[in-house]
Design a binder for this molecule. Structure first.
Ligand code: EPS
Length: 373
């Protein structure tokens, strides 16, 4: 089974990931991973830290002469801002952060909680997601992400194609495909900065080229939407995940809520709509997988909220640490990586194989089976 673990603290010396279960024979070099890391670091609304760091990973194992060997892939990233031992202790937990629950549970000082709870860890999710993206691209699948809302500003309801989104976000500093909405979002971020406030928002990830039948209806742990949702929900500050019509299902009557089924000789089975967001019964149905995730505003505020000093139990304002104003564009890149990993994992399960060539053989066999169904 494809799996990964990360370790590392926000201001520790290194961040690290071990990715296990990748087949051998996949072409991989660190420059591809580093381009993805750079995408995560960008985005209007990010704080000072991102101009200090230059995220580069080194592939320390599992790769020989630019190809995976099937052994665990070790990824190492060195932090420039390596100050963990000299940082002052904190005593006033920030509402909305891991500070209070973590300090109570681990009987630790707040600093040690926030160091691991920090979104810095997501750099490694993007790194492992980049490897996953390389794998799924071998099977004709691809992903794009884009920001669809920041604060009160939403993109127009006009649907864009996968390719249009991919093209338009390339020149956007917010990973947004609509220039007018992007200008309004920038304005909203500037206003929040002036008010010493922060902003959340929503991003969308689209996965194209996924064959029908990834995931399974047979057991809750194998449902593809459940897995993608878990993976996205576990990204720092994500509070909602929705597929296809998502929340709009609540107000949509049944006859407008589903995707009717058609068949012709050349296309096989097909749909004229994609309200399901590409997943039915916990399985991909062959349409684009469309998933949105919503991030809450960052909990570290220039004008801190009310809290309590954990030493004296007296009312105090929460601690203030340097932080981002809005990290939704970064979250969209992380979300893309999280989805890529779950698609890669489901593909490894479905098509198995210790080597890429074996996996491709199984994939071709499955496609032939679908053509004859
Ligand atoms: C974060 C606080 C900031 C962000 C950080 C997440 O870090 P620092 O306290 O060092 O300024 O920049 O995000 C990252 C470091 C990152 O790589 O995304 C927090 O409190 O979660």
């Amino acid at each position: 089974m494809l799996q990964y673990l990360t370790c590392g603290e926000s201001h520790g010396k290194y961040l690290m990931a071990i990715l296990e279960g990748m087949p051998s024979g996949l072409k991989l070099d660190s420059s591809y991973i580093n381009d993805e890391l750079l995408r995560r670091q960008r985005g209007y609304g990010r704080g000072e830290r991102m101009s200090i760091e230059e995220d580069h990973v080194e592939i320390i194992s599992g790769c020989l002469k630019g190809e995976t060997t099937g052994a665990p892939i070790g990824l190492l990233l060195e932090n420039k801002n390596f100050t963990i031992d000299s940082l002052p202790p904190l005593f006033r937990p920030r509402p909305g952060h891991a500070d209070l629950a973590g300090a109570l549970k681990y009987r630790e000082e707040i600093r040690s909680i926030l160091e691991r709870a920090s979104a810095r860890e997501t750099a490694m999710r993007v790194a492992t997601g980049a490897v996953a993206k390389r794998l799924v691209s071998e099977f004709g699948a691809g992903l794009v992400s884009h920001v669809v809302q920041i604060g009160h500003v939403s993109v127009p309801k006009k649907p864009l194609s996968f390719d249009e989104i991919g093209e338009k976000v390339k020149t956007s500093i917010l990973n947004c495909a609509f220039p007018q909405a992007e200008r309004d979002m920038i304005h909203a971020i500037d206003l929040a900065r002036k008010r010493k406030d922060t902003l959340g928002g929503t991003f969308e990830v689209i996965v194209r080229g996924v064959p029908p039948g990834l995931g399974s209806h047979v057991h809750y742990l194998r449902k593809l939407d459940g897995r993608i949702a878990q993976s996205l929900m576990s990204v720092q500050a994500i509070k909602a995940v929705e597929f296809g019509l998502g929340r709009d299902y609540a107000e949509t009557p049944g006859h407008l809520a589903h995707d009717e089924i058609f068949y012709n000789r050349t296309r096989g089975y097909f749909r004229k709509s994609n309200r399901a967001g590409g997943i039915e019964g916990g399985m991909s149905n062959g349409a684009d997988i469309v998933v949105r995730a919503t991030m809450k505003p960052i909990a570290t505020l220039g004008k801190p909220l009310r809290s309590v000093d954990v030493r004296t139990k007296r009312p105090m304002l929460a601690d203030f640490e340097r932080a981002d104003i809005c990290a939704v564009p970064a979250a969209s890149v992380i979300g893309e990586a999280a989805c890529a990993f779950e698609i890669a994992r489901a593909m490894c399960e479905k098509f198995g194989g210790d080597s890429l060539s074996e996996m491709k053989r199984n994939f071709r066999g499955y496609l032939a089976q679908l053509r004859h169904s």
